[in-house]
Design a protein around this ligand. Structure first.
Ligand SMILES: Cc1cc2nc3c(=O)[nH]c(=O)nc-3n(C[C@H](O)[C@H](O)[C@H](O)COP(=O)(O)O)c2cc1C
Length: 185
């Protein structure tokens, strides 16, 4: 699979076969995700994998902020990855001040780049995934006993796909792209 095939062929998968992804495969996926770019190579993103049915059901039924669509996906996924990021490093100077006026938003940027890299690597190994943002991150952090110095950014259910959805419509290049004219006047 080449890079463009991976980028365009990856889909959000919300229905999975029951079999779990083995640890070795998950390790390979994270080893690839480790190559994602990050603020000053701080590599703040962490991956906490869980498969306990009670934990999955607790999150699905109580912490999905009323977004019913996420309930079944989390409950039925064989495993879920809580993507977290270590606080206070990305976008932050050694003295604790922010490098730019975006403050610590670069943490989210780094976690996003790493999460997409994770999902693309998973796709290469035949593992489906979906990035989820609609859940109560603080409740999930408490339930999973995530270290205090990390913030939960996204949940990513993973497993072998039991669906092959079409790509949702994309905006045209004309909508997305502009070349800034360097002839001012
Ligand atoms: C930041 C972010 C949050 C998302 N949150 C959810 C979510 O809570 N539930 C869900 O089913 N999909 C979620 N998605 C997946 C998007 O719906 C999906 O990427 C989009 O519809 C395009 O489909 P594709 O990934 O198959 O190309 C999220 C994606 C991103 C990047």
């Amino acid at each position: 699979m080449n890079t463009l095939e991976a980028i365009t062929g990856r889909r959000s998968i919300r229905k999975f076969k029951p079999e779990k992804v083995d640890r070795e495969t998950i390790e390979k996926i994270v080893a690839a995700a480790a190559y994602a770019p990050s603020w000053k190579n701080t590599q703040v993103t962490r991956y906490h994998v869980f498969d306990d049915q009670t934990i999955k059901d607790t999150i699905a039924n109580n912490y999905t902020l009323g977004f019913a669509y996420n309930v079944g996906t989390i409950s039925h996924a064989p495993q879920v990855v809580a993507i977290t990021a270590v606080k206070g490093r990305s976008g932050v100077e050694k003295d604790g001040s922010y490098t730019t006026n975006k403050g610590d938003a670069w943490l989210m940027f780094d976690a996003g780049a790493a999460t997409q890299t994770f999902c693309l690597a998973a796709y290469e190994y035949g593992v489906g995934s979906v990035i989820m943002g609609i859940f109560d991150a603080e409740k999930v952090a408490q339930l999973l006993r995530i270290p205090e110095n990390e913030v939960v950014v996204a949940l990513v259910p993973i497993g072998y796909p039991d669906e092959s959805p079409d790509a949702p419509r994309r905006k045209s290049v004309a909508d997305l792209l502009s070349f800034v004219n360097d002839q001012r006047g």
